[in-house]
Design a protein around this ligand. Sequence first.
Ligand SMILES: Cc1cc2nc3c(=O)[nH]c(=O)nc-3n(C[C@H](O)[C@H](O)[C@H](O)COP(=O)(O)OP(=O)(O)OC[C@H]3O[C@@H](n4cnc5c(N)ncnc54)[C@H](O)[C@@H]3O)c2cc1C
Length: 636
Amino acid sequence: MNLPADDATLAEALESANLPALLPAIVQLTGDASLLQRFPAPSPGMMGAVDGNFSPEDQAAIRALAFEVLKTYRDGDANLPPLPSKEQLHEMMNWCAGEALPPEYVPLAIEEAALEEPDPRRFEWEQRPDPAVLRDFHVVIIGAGFGGVCAAVRLEQAGIAYTICEKNDSVGGTWYENSYPDLRVDVPNHFYSYSFEPNPDWSNYFSRRDELEAYIGACARKHGILERVRLGTEVVEATYDEPSAQWRVRIRGEDGSEEVLTANAVISAVGMLNRPQFPSIDGVDSFEGPCFHSSRWQHDVEFEGKRVGVIGTGASAMQFVPRLAENVSKLTVFQRAAHWATFNASYRATISDEFKWLLRHVPYYHGWYRFLLFWAGSDRVFPVFRIDPDWEHPDRSIGMANDMFRTAAITYIKAQLANDPELIDKCIPDYPPLGKRPLLDNGWYKTLTRDNVELVTDGIREVTPDAVITADGTKHPLDVLVLATGFHAGKFLWPMQIIGRGGVVLQDRWEGGENPRAYLGITMPDFPNLFCMYGPNTNPVVGSVIFMLECQTNYIMGCLRALIENGHRSLECREGVHDEYNERLDAEMEKMVWRHPNVRSYYNNSAGRVITNVPWTMYAYWNMTRTPDLAEFHVR
Ligand SMILES: Cc1cc2nc3c(=O)[nH]c(=O)nc-3n(C[C@H](O)[C@H](O)[C@H](O)COP(=O)(O)OP(=O)(O)OC[C@H]3O[C@@H](n4cnc5c(N)ncnc54)[C@H](O)[C@@H]3O)c2cc1C
């Protein structure tokens, strides 16, 4: 039996199916593309919708068709039909998405959603490498979050030796370090996961941090990576030795002892949101009660009945404030800038066992579901981030779609705040939607209407041993203070000291770390065989960071393949290539919402240049990182 289900179980499971994903899976299972003609396409952009806006009759008909096909599959032999042609796949994608995709998306979607084979991005050698060269090649990866583990998976496949240095006591990065209440991912999990490790068992569409941490750990274990991780090991310095074309990587253990590792290549996977930013407010160190950063949550602190202050209202506060408010006697939230937060019906929803069953057992279904999330949640919405130069209300928004988003968000905020004019005034941002990371409402607005919650928008003058004093002189007495003040997002490869060819210090090259630039966010002139993941200008504000990390891994592995197969010692990005890329990037950035004059965020450096975000579509970045062009490097 190819499917472990009797008729009743199968029928019940199909009741929960995402129909826009189910029909293409059935088409692929039967090889019969004409099935698509029987039904109208679903509405476009319906990433969370199970029914795809089909009429009740069409819903029933799709389920009945799937039931018959799956019964036959269950009871027959396991031979699947040949893979559809690229043209057929394109047609299926268009139907699934409810709109025509540009044809160049077909190979990308096949890869990202693993529609044809389980791991199309698997590393393969093009020529058999010289065993002696391969044996002597060693890579140091810095960091064991999603990025470092991704790179390690591919190095394992290539048989290239590597060591991961991880400063924490465990793998997981963001999802290990942060443990504040109600932390969950805000990108749908079946997309925010490795393309090569589908997980049909996510409990939620947006799962909690424990599951993400466990997922990274399980992936690392499955691929044999854990044995290669040196935990409690911080990289403090890396110096390029030109005569040997090797990096000397200085590491420090938790006991302060130091050691130097030698590597032919270094992959920095240190993350963008890893080093907590503490506010420089007068007196903050004098606070006598518990006081901690949200990324260093102190789980032994008793909140019940306490007066608690939270400084900051970004993505972390949005998640934990509603939970915190339930127990404390008084919660005072200090806001510097309001954020746009919208409603998503699936945000806190759990996934039914039936839905998980379909993802696990129905061939191709997981892939089509991922495709749907990928398309609807990335490049499809990219135009909303672009400034329309002819838009007539540039004071409040950047174009028609952005303005419609704004109107809908304001209507939502007003309803949530029970039309309280003072709160509404404080909660509607003065910058266009999407100017900062768009947030999903975790009950934030409703929480602000509670009797025990106060939203303070006056600037903070100082912190005293038992209070926060705002600019107007008001004293806000507190027992506990939580600093939800974000991370040093703009400080890349920091606080490490990276010294390249000719003694060039990376932070100096980047103007005291203020102006980081890299080609594709990955590689820099004068730093041969050093590769960054989640480096400068690679933060996707729509889409998934993991998508970007996989693109970067692919590119880096292409570079390592070229080095090893050809017996080269080093690859160093040409200055002209690097500079031209960054000029193009800066020009493109001018067209993005983050350049709106009202947006002040961690995306910009002190000169106003956007240094964190990527201005390209996912497709464009994928295309640029598919295969390294050796002509863009000094090859030695
Ligand atoms: C609270 C929070 C919530 C988030 N939520 C989302 C979300 O919902 N959706 C989304 O797309 N993204 C989210 N992000 C962004 C998230 O960081 C990325 O999605 C992703 O996890 C990045 O993986 P990474 O491996 O690049 O970096 P990280 O996960 O930050 O891992 C970097 C690793 O490098 C290690 N490291 C750093 N410096 C050194 C050193 N010198 N030596 C040794 N080890 C070092 C760190 O200890 C860490 O383990 C969130 C980030 C935070 C902080």
